[in-house]
Write a protein that binds this ligand. Structure first.
Ligand SMILES: *[C@@H]1O[C@H](CO)[C@@H](O)[C@H](O)[C@H]1NC(C)=O
Ligand SMILES: *[C@@H]1O[C@H](CO)[C@@H](O)[C@H](O)[C@H]1NC(C)=O
Ligand SMILES: *[C@@H]1O[C@H](CO)[C@@H](O)[C@H](O)[C@H]1NC(C)=O
Ligand SMILES: *[C@@H]1O[C@H](CO)[C@@H](O)[C@H](O)[C@H]1NC(C)=O
Ligand SMILES: *[C@@H]1O[C@H](CO)[C@@H](O)[C@H](O)[C@H]1NC(C)=O
Ligand SMILES: *[C@@H]1O[C@H](CO)[C@@H](O)[C@H](O)[C@H]1NC(C)=O
Length: 444
């Protein structure tokens, strides 16, 4: 008997030691690298389809606020139907022992990490097998639903009905586009890139998931500022992402705990701006956008119109939204400034909706039509967008169009991932700063 207890103690000690080692490995210098692919990569979509899909998803996402409604009881059922969902760059990692691969949307606009879990009574189709906790030796339910991490969820309850195991943390988490995941908050070992692994990461084992997830994702990796996000749980001081072109197939990269000297030597192009906090929204990364220039025109918008007003409005940077959206009044000014400076006829909205498009010379011509530059002015930083980060060209029914990849949104300005292509974006969580620098992301 005694011997057994000693054995258990020893086993516990070894597990604790391994856990400490693994975590310290991650906290110390070691940079964790993960691969990303675009959600629509390999589907052979035409530019027009690709842009329409992205617009649909971005619009749906901004249409509603990220719901963080107070405690409503969790009831499986009553899901959103038929709405498209966010889904853009997918991070490749593995969960469990032995590791099972998952592909999660990299989302700096939410906190929870979750994947679809077997037996998955109500799940969307995915290419990979569902994550199966019953075949993993390292899955544990959260010790109790009173735990801090369970309490960090906007909607939770303590499992007590027949369906849920006794006293487990049952969560329901919804997104701006109305997609929802409901399941159990569990603790697992996560394996990143080339073998670095961290035990004890809390994640949602999603049993009831809805929304239109039509590509290769199996869930979402929250990279927001809240306690449940991956960067928060791994306690990293910083992370970064670098997105390759959406229309290409080159893999992108996420780095956790970047080397300090990454851009020390002679990289004048790096721009840095403060990350602003909004007490009313602990998840989003707010930036202080101050103005927009279109070609020769600085828009006549007072700085306060981009800022937070009583917790609403403001400007966020969000990897889970594709297309940047602006409040209606600002969007109209941008549209007007483009229409005034592009020397081409405006295409009727209904062929090219929701984008502002112009009739353009056929795509094969070497000389591409003039479009004015687009510059975002942040506190202390200027984002001079390269043409391919705000303009796309399509051919449709014999016509060629050049279009502006910006949408009209709600009161909050959202900087989406289309505008962040080929840009290394660094989130310095320790010092509340965001930096960005042009980069060839596939070479990072
Ligand atoms: C997504 O799945 C499709 C079909 O299974 C596959 O052809 C494609 O390569 C996958 N794309 C990525 C990025 O994994
Ligand atoms: C559920 O757990 C609580 C506390 O752990 C215990 O008191 C209770 O008896 C359990 N209920 C059932 C049905 O197992
Ligand atoms: C992607 O789009 C850019 C800019 O519109 C274009 O220059 C490039 O050739 C496209 N790449 C592919 C693979 O279609
Ligand atoms: C990122 O954080 C690590 C420690 O967490 C630190 O050593 C490193 O200097 C930071 N890198 C940058 C670029 O801030
Ligand atoms: C901010 O909110 C408070 C309380 O809700 C209200 O009294 C105040 O008028 C609001 N201020 C602005 C500028 O909207
Ligand atoms: C929209 O397109 C339809 C047919 O393609 C056309 O009949 C209609 O006039 C268009 N409406 C506008 C407002 O351009």
């Amino acid at each position: 008997m005694k011997q057994l207890i000693e054995m258990q103690k020893l086993a516990f000690f070894i597990v604790a030691l391994l856990a400490a080692l693994a975590v310290s490995r991650c906290n110390a210098a070691a940079t964790v690298r993960m691969q990303l692919t675009h959600a629509d990569a390999g589907r052979g979509l035409a530019v027009r389809e690709l842009m329409q899909r992205m617009a649909l998803r971005s619009k749906a996402r901004t249409a509603r606020q990220f719901s963080s409604s107070a405690s409503a009881p969790v009831s499986p059922g009553g899901y959103a139907d038929g709405l498209p969902t966010l889904s853009e760059y997918l991070v490749h990692l593995a969960i469990g022992t032995p590791p099972q691969p998952v592909r999660l949307t990299l989302d700096t606009g939410s906190d929870l990490i979750w994947t679809q879990c077997a037996p998955c009574p109500a799940c969307f189709d995915q290419d990979l097998p569902y994550f199966d906790p019953s075949t993993s030796s390292s899955t544990f339910p959260l010790p109790s639903c009173d735990s801090t991490l369970c309490q960090a969820l906007p909607v939770t309850s303590c499992g007590k009905r027949k369906f849920w195991p006794n006293k487990t943390c049952v969560y329901s988490y919804s997104y701006g586009d109305n997609s929802v995941t409901t399941g159990l908050l569990e603790v697992e070992k996560f394996t990143f890139g080339a073998g670095a692994s961290v035990p004890g990461v809390a994640f949602g084992c999603g049993l009831f998931n809805s929304g239109v997830f039509k590509s290769n994702e199996t869930g979402i990796a929250g990279f927001g500022r809240g306690a449940l996000s991956l960067p928060s749980q791994l306690k990293v001081g910083n992370f970064s992402h670098c997105f390759t072109a959406v229309n290409g197939s080159k893999p992108s990269t996420v780095l956790l705990s970047l080397p300090a000297n990454l851009y020390k030597n002679g990289r004048g192009a790096i721009q840095t701006t403060p990350l602003v906090k909004n007490p009313d929204n602990p998840t989003f990364y707010y930036l202080s956008l101050k103005g927009i220039t279109v070609g020769s025109t600085r828009l006549p918008v007072p700085e306060s119109e981009f800022g937070l007003r009583n917790g609403t409005g403001g400007t966020i940077i969000d990897s889970g939204t594709a297309i940047t959206s602006l409040p209606p009044r600002i969007y109209r000014l941008v549209r007007h400034a483009f229409a005034a400076q592009v020397k081409l006829p405006v295409a009727p909205g209904n062929t090219t909706d929701p984008y502002l498009c112009f009739f353009a010379p056929p795509l094969g011509k070497p000389q591409r039509p003039y479009v004015p530059k687009l510059v975002l002015h942040f506190e202390g930083a200027t984002m001079n967008l390269p043409r391919e980060n705000y303009v796309f060209e399509v051919e449709d029914e014999g016509n060629s169009f050049v279009c502006l990849a910006i949408n009209e949104g709600g009161e909050r300005t959202t900087i989406g991932n289309f505008q962040q292509q080929n840009m290394h974006v660094l989130y310095d969580l320790k010092n509340n700063k965001l930096s960005f620098v042009p980069a060839q992301c596939h070479k990072l």
